[in-house]
Design a binder for this molecule. Sequence first.
Ligand code: CMP
Length: 141
Amino acid sequence: MKTLQRTLSIIKPDAVEKGAAGDIIHTLLENKFRTIGMKMLHINKAQAEGFYAVHVSRPFFESLTNFMSSGPIIVIALEKEDAIADYRKLMGATDPAKAEEGTIRKKWAANIEKNAVHGSDAEDTARFELSYFFAGYELAK
Ligand code: CMP
């Protein structure tokens, strides 16, 4: 059974800098995701560390949080039936070398870190990640 879900998408600094945001948003809409919140932000290092706290012990944490605070990002709240899995499929594998043809990362990601987009991986992380960037009143009904 399909469930109506919300998930967080981030268009990362590499993709914003390349001018890929319009194409990525168009792809989301084409794939029937409803955008219920969207904003451009330039987060600082501490804010990036808070968002990626689950990865604190990973060797790439320092580099990842430097990258995510290096330029503007676009955070998008998405809603759709099975949004979490459907958006992860549309993004493609974390490593663009392994991403399938037709995915956002295949088209726009440079490497495993500068991989163009982020998407929540489960319902509890989606709740945390959406609330990290959006107050309840900022999301469309
Ligand atoms: P994201 O989906 O935002 O979740 C965690 C991020 O860490 C991931 O995308 C990449 O940007 C980054 N990442 C994951 N694995 C690696 C890795 N092996 N080396 C460098 N960065 C990574």
